[in-house]
Design a protein around this ligand. Structure first.
Ligand SMILES: Nc1ncnc2c1ncn2[C@@H]1O[C@H](COP(=O)(O)OP(=O)(O)OP(=O)(O)O)[C@@H](O)[C@H]1O
Length: 319
């Protein structure tokens, strides 16, 4: 769907991006992860031609984007900018309707699509007539997303979309974002420097350093099969919590207690260790019933969960 082939970009003497190649499949979310200045934003902006590469090729649906008019290209790609970038003197409704107006949509269509989006993104209708400074950071972030989604583009580029938020708001918006049906159908390239955010939202992560790709893989691959020291060190600080997020009950199934007979409600085994812990903690449940392979059911409490996880972890490290 999106393919970068040996893309490079220099600003003066700074080699911002050096021979970056990757491809993003249809409906996949690829997260560009790395420290400040490693070339993530430059890479992202080359996909909608806000920046032109010095060398290399970018294809979207097998078409070289260099052959397209940049304005037409940009209207077909949703873009959530760093720091949201709403126009301060436009109302929220006007900010959301920018591209549809350029595309000359009729008014009724703009209004109905705007309504649909603000409902999905949980923005109160009253915000439509307000100006950006009258909204909270989280609400502004939602407006930025609505603006990017209004024309239902199949490709979405997001630059630190939750960067301006405090940690609590950030976590809740990330959760909503993950659950939004409209986003599941999109091919997304997202930039972040936040490892947890990358692990939360990515199908695959492209880890970058000094303008180059260090490793591309699923969160699990990066965690358990880092290809070099940089990748290892980058994740080391948060290793345990990352493991809780990528390992699921299915993975630790054999280390959990014997199967039982149970006819009530069950959780699925694709629940991550993290999610299972949250359920055991937040819902004040002492045990969870999990339905695993071949309809087998196991009941686990917090201790059994952590013990199963520890055994799995030991097995991974001894592989
Ligand atoms: N327009 C520009 N002119 C000159 N140098 C630039 C320009 N844009 C980016 N750079 C430089 O290119 C390098 C990569 O920048 P880029 O913004 O792509 O990094 P990043 O990983 O997105 O960082 P951040 O998360 O801080 O935005 C940096 O050294 C930056 O200073």
């Amino acid at each position: 769907m999106i393919e970068l082939k040996e893309i490079s970009k220099k600003f003066g003497d700074t080699q911002a991006v050096k021979q970056v190649s990757f491809s993003v499949a249809r409906e996949e979310t690829l997260v560009l992860l790395g420290t400040s200045g490693c070339g993530k934003t430059t890479t992202l902006k080359m996909i909608n031609r806000l920046i032109e590469p010095d060398a290399g090729q970018i294809l979207i649906n097998n078409e070289n984007i260099i052959d397209e008019d940049p304005d037409v290209l940009r209207k077909g790609i949703g873009y959530v900018m760093q720091n949201i970038g709403l126009f301060p003197h436009y109302t929220i409704a006007e900010n959301i309707a920018l591209v549809p107006k350029l595309l000359k949509w009729d008014k009724a269509k703009i209004v109905s699509r705007t309504q649909e989006l603000i409902e999905k993104l949980h923005l109160p209708e009253s915000t439509l007539t307000m100006y950006p400074h009258e909204l909270s950071g989280g609400q502004q972030q939602r407006v930025g997303l609505a603006r990017a989604l209004i024309t239902d583009p199949s490709v979405l580029l997001m630059d630190e979309p939750f960067g301006a938020l405090d940690n609590v708001t950030r976590t809740s918006i990330q959760k909503e974002f993950k659950a939004l049906e409209e986003l599941k159908r999109k091919t997304i390239v997202m930039v972040t420097h936040d490892v947890l955010e990358a692990f939360e939202l990515a199908d695959r992560i492209c880890l970058m350093d000094k303008g180059e790709v260090v490793q591309i893989g699923t969160p699990k691959e990066l965690l358990y099969q880092p290809t070099n020291d940089f990748a290892k060190r980058f994740l080391a600080g948060q290793k345990l919590i990352l493991e809780f997020k990528v390992v699921n009950i299915q993975d630790i199934w054999t280390y959990l207690p014997q199967e039982i007979v149970h006819r009530g409600e069950t959780e699925t085994a694709d629940l991550s260790i993290w999610e299972a812990m949250e359920l055991l903690r937040n819902k004040d449940r002492s045990e969870l019933f999990i339905s695993g392979p071949n309809k087998a059911i196991k009941s686990i409490n917090f201790e059994q969960l952590t013990s199963g996880f520890n055994q799995y972890q030991n097995a991974q490290h001894h592989e």
